[in-house]
Design a protein around this ligand. Structure first.
Ligand SMILES: Nc1ncnc2c1ncn2[C@@H]1O[C@H](COP(=O)(O)OP(=O)(O)OP(=O)(O)O)[C@@H](O)[C@H]1O
Length: 606
């Protein structure tokens, strides 16, 4: 037995859909509803007039004076024709109105999806479980909400029409009604069952579809083109893609095959019902219990009732399907960021005085059990350059993500001027930092925009863009591009220019310099820079960053030694901290790393 909650679930879906429709296009909602009402009115009128026509003709056949009768027939035919025209016109225009409304609603749903996607926690993108919700929301399609309402209106219209036909049939012979039920109900049950099966299957297959999409991207994207050719991975990946797609196709077709077989069976039952009804009525007519007019009316309306019933079945199953898929959309729209604004945020000091501190911070990524950071105590004071060193996977990038509140600590706290960072408004707090990550963004836009995205509040022609380009060392090569700072980057669009990896890194660095934040965070900022460019950057680093505070992650100890204070991270814990000289004197991990790199330089010099 289905539970009450399951039965009422579609109603909840509707309750959420109507406000979306209303707010996205009031005018078109009203127009399409009005036209649908007209469509129903004319449709019912046609049915009524058909019955009238049969009655008038039957009376005419049985009477002696044909003159008045013929006039009645002609009037009824004319009225039926007029109403049919009205029906067709209303149906045509309501289709147009629904399309307009559909496009507007789809735009609104896209806006909602983008809004949620932009504000979702970073964890959302770093977990396959969450990421699937986004894919499913996309799969559900932004047209669904308007489809639901269209289907609902069509359902309403067809139900009314069917009810009218049922009344007509009952006036012929009530025994026809059970036969009509036999023609409609099994088809409905079959459709609903297979809609559910297909939906369950698609939900189960989201990851597999995503894997296929990923392989498709690997095979066709420019990023992987070099490795694909040199490692001859093309055929191998293409085979994996084919295998996945074949599996998905086989499973899907198995369901469709079963559905087709069952539907053919159900149609056979419906056809048998029709001919049984016809035979029964022909017999009743030959026995004189029904008139020939009844038989004609039956032939006119029974098949109409049957096709209307089938439409009704289609609409009901589509409505059910839409309800299921809209559930996926709502599932995504209901994702709320965990990293949220405090109800009553504290005012953030315009200039920080004490700096940012980690106080006994521990952290594990959501959905995982391993603590990637433990007992972290760290401070970044105003104007201080702090360096973070450590082996791959020791937790450096994770620490930065916590610092910028892309995640919150699992234990301990991060403070700004002694106040827990969670007490400040999220946007204001984040504005205190400018960051360049290892996997920085490459925007298919002009150089100017690529840099200005560091602080989008600045006007388009802000001189800060060139100033940032100067600081990062990007300026000389940018000026040599065909349109200087207005050169479009990447080959994604016409006229786009591709940069070298080092040049991209300089543009990304400029983006970090663009924002007049108080703390500048650089995660491996010079990994792709040539030694000359790296030397230039750090030679007068403090002037370049306007004596702001900085946190620099680097594996190059020549970069790290210019820092005021250095933290050494090892397997999620800070093992050593101090100035370069102190750490060398300590003779620990840092000293060993430094000696290894220094040895290599000495070898070159020797
Ligand atoms: N999104 C994530 N979900 C779960 N675990 C993660 C995630 N990102 C990183 N980790 C894990 O956290 C640990 C620390 O990773 P992190 O990226 O902070 O290291 P790192 O010190 O910056 O390394 P590298 O020098 O290679 O950049 C690693 O063991 C990594 O597997």
């Amino acid at each position: 037995m289905p539970s009450i909650a399951k039965l009422t679930a579609p109603l909840h879906t509707l309750k959420r859909i109507f406000p979306i429709l209303w707010t996205s296009s009031r005018k078109w909602t009203l127009i399409s509803t009005g036209l649908m009402v007209l469509e129903i009115f004319f449709g019912l009128a046609v049915l009524f007039l058909l019955k009238q026509l049969v009655d008038v003709v039957t009376t005419l056949l049985g009477s002696d004076g044909p003159v008045d009768g013929i006039r009645d027939v002609l009037w009824t035919v004319a009225a039926t024709g007029f109403c049919s025209l009205g029906f067709l016109a209303a149906r045509g225009f309501s289709g147009l109105a629904r399309e307009t409304q559909g496009l507007l609603v789809a735009e609104r749903i896209d806006q909602d999806i983008h809004e949620r996607a932009v504000h979702a926690d970073l964890a959302f993108y770093e977990s396959p479980r969450y990421f699937d919700t986004l894919q499913r929301a996309r799969q559900s399609g932004s047209q669904r909400p308007v489809q639901v309402v269209n289907n609902l209106m069509l359902l309403f219209k067809n139900t009314l029409m069917l009810a009218a036909i049922v009344v007509l049939l009952a006036t012929i012979n009530w025994m026809l009604l059970p036969l009509l039920l036999v023609a409609i109900v099994p088809a409905l049950l079959v459709r609903l069952r297979f809609t559910r099966r297909l939906y369950d299957w698609q939900r189960k297959r989201t990851q597999m579809e995503r894997r296929a999409g990923y392989l498709d991207w690997l095979l066709t994207s420019d990023i992987n083109a070099k490795e694909l050719r040199l490692n001859q991975l093309g055929d191998f990946l293409s085979e994996r893609y084919d295998e996945l797609k074949a599996l998905i196709r086989r499973e899907r077709l198995a369901i469709s095959r079963q559905r087709t077989l069952v539907e053919v069976g159900v149609s056979a039952v419906a056809t048998a019902a029709f001919f049984s009804a016809l035979g029964f009525l022909a017999w009743e007519t030959s026995e004189g219990r029904n008139s020939v007019g009844d038989l004609v009316l039956f032939l006119l309306v029974f098949q109409r009732a049957q096709s209307m019933g089938q439409e009704l079945v289609g609409q009901l199953s589509r409505l059910y399907e839409d309800h299921l898929y809209i559930g996926l959309l709502f599932e995504f729209l209901d994702v709320r960021p965990v990293i949220s604004e405090p109800v009553d945020p504290r005012p953030l000091p315009s200039r920080m005085r004490g700096g940012v501190c980690f106080e006994n911070v521990g952290f594990r990524y959501p959905g995982t059990t391993r603590e990637v950071l433990r007992n972290i105590d760290l401070a970044i004071r105003p104007g201080q350059v702090v360096a973070l060193v450590g082996a791959n996977g020791s937790g450096k990038t994770s620490l930065i993500k916590l610092l910028c509140r892309l995640y919150d600590p699992s234990s301990g706290r991060i403070t700004l001027d002694g106040v827990d960072a969670r007490e400040y408004s999220l946007d204001d707090y984040r504005r205190k930092f400018s960051v360049i990550f290892q996997d920085y963004g490459k925007y298919a836009d002009t150089v100017r925009s690529n840099i200005r995205y560091g602080d989008i509040r600045q006007p388009e022609d802000t001189p800060l863009v060139e100033a940032a380009g100067n600081k990062s060392g990007a300026d000389p090569f940018v000026r040599s591009l065909h349109s200087g700072y207005d050169t479009p980057l990447t080959r994604m669009f016409d006229d786009g220019q591709e940069l070298s990896i080092g040049q991209w890194q300089k543009v990304a660095l400029a983006r970090a310099f663009m924002h007049q934040s108080e703390v500048i965070i650089l995660d491996e900022p010079t990994s792709a820079l040539d030694p000359g460019a790296e030397f230039d950057l750090f030679a007068n680093f403090r002037e370049r960053i306007d004596h702001r505070a900085a946190l620099v992650i680097s594996h190059r100890l020549s970069t790290v030694r210019m820092a005021d204070y250095i933290y050494v991270l090892d397997d999620g814990e800070i093992r050593e901290a101090g100035t370069h000289d102190e750490l060398i004197r300590l003779g620990g991990i840092y000293c060993e790393l430094f000696s290894q790199q220094a040895y290599q330089y000495r070898e070159v010099e020797a």
